[in-house]
Design a protein around this ligand. Sequence first.
Ligand code: MSP
Length: 512
Amino acid sequence: MKPKYYLTTPIYYVNGAPHLGHAYTTIACDVLARWKRLDGFDVMFLTGTDDHGQKVEKAAAEAGMDPQAFTDRISAVFQDLAGRMGISNTDFIRTTQARHKAACSELWRRLRAADEIYLGSYAGWYAVRDEAFYDEDELTSRPDGTRIAPSGAVAEWVTEPSYFFRLSQWQDKLLKFYEENPDFIAPATRRNEVISFVRGGLRDLSVSRTSFRWGIPVPDDPAHVMYVWLDALTNYLTATGFPDPEAPMAGFWPADLHVVGKDILRFHAVYWPAFLMAAGIAPPKRVFAHGWWVAGGEKMSKSVGNVIDVDELVRSFGLDAVRFFVMREVPFGNDGDFHRKALIQRINTELANDLGNLCQRSLSLIARNCEGRLPARGAGASEDDVAMLAAAEALPGLLRGHFDRQAFSDALEEVWRVIRAANAYIDRQAPWALRKTDPARMEMVLRVLADVLRGVATVLQPFMPDAMARMLDQLGVPDYARAVADLANPLPDGTPLPAPQGVFPRYTEEVV
Ligand code: MSP
């Protein structure tokens, strides 16, 4: 039986249309999901939408729509975007679904039965844009007296009856949990931030609201709706069939990885494991917080009005190039400034030149000089051949390590190191000159190149599924031999290859 791997994106607020920032998290998860499948895992990959809460209710009211109809519409836009981005999610969850309401209600009942939730009343600050409570000392003031959260969102004073989760009781248990599970929060700088936040002391958390209706009613007290973050976080459990232990996906819990933006790490790394442990449920294994795409120095967001439209990017540059660029340009975890010029540069240098040309040169030499059939490796490999093949053969092992740390740009750098070495190898060996002088040697060199390209294309499939499928077609690799494990079996000598075609065209900016 294949080992299981369960990873999730955050569920997106449906208060507006998706942009590059949202697509980024989902693409990163998709790359990882595809890698894990390629590497022999049974993968559950969840994404979806966060339909409830005051922020969504407000957006629906502004659009003059009933919240259900509004969320139906925007949720569908997110679902379509996932399709257009080639996302291989195995489920798409919405928090308005019946399965989710049932799971949340059950989690609530368990927390209540364990006396982890009690009724009180909340008087404090709340920022609708963040759907988060803030302490007085976290806020700053504008000249007009408006109070501002660290995120820049406006905070409002709220007084209402509320249920509370006894988060204050979880400080030591959380710290112990982080210590025993050093990989639970990544990157390390974020882990340190979370730990110092928890060390600073935790207050009980308000987990219900009475001032609006758009949420899941609290069991046995329908005047309250559940706090949208308790509702939203539970989605990860809902999708595994919770509370049914016999559900088909039940074996996927605990999740292996939640990928989130750094703005929502606290919810995932503090509240979520506390809720779960309090209900007697295993916490997830890891939470990775990535950085933001910024434009003009600010986080790309609809409210700031500096968003990049992903569909436009894909129309101009192609899906694979966009996926490659966002994973390559910025180390996962850091912030990145989005520049079209940088994207064009990467397309032309790394895709068209380094990889595209290497492939085109090697395959056209094979087409012309080997009757379009895969040449044999033959005996008597040179030191250069052996070193070149060894570099390609080391890729899966190296990449496995990078993927398990979510170090996507390191994984790509590793592959490009091999691609650059192969370009140097072809120039050094000059197989075009060997045709007359030493045809056996020429065949050897071309076969080494074909094998290296196969290794490269195989491990790049998660990043650029379409382009790499075309490249593997040209290399004569059958559909059923494209997994990591298949690299152990060389293709038969003489495998017929189709006529070579360019995989990555250069991008030339239209001169206006
Ligand atoms: N609904 C909550 C998540 C609940 S998960 C149980 C939420 N939604 S969101 O739509 O506001 O954001 C979803 C994700 O998109 C977050 O991880 C956030 O960091 C990410 N991004 C939104 N804008 C972004 C950028 N400009 N750059 C990178 N990612 C950003 O929070």
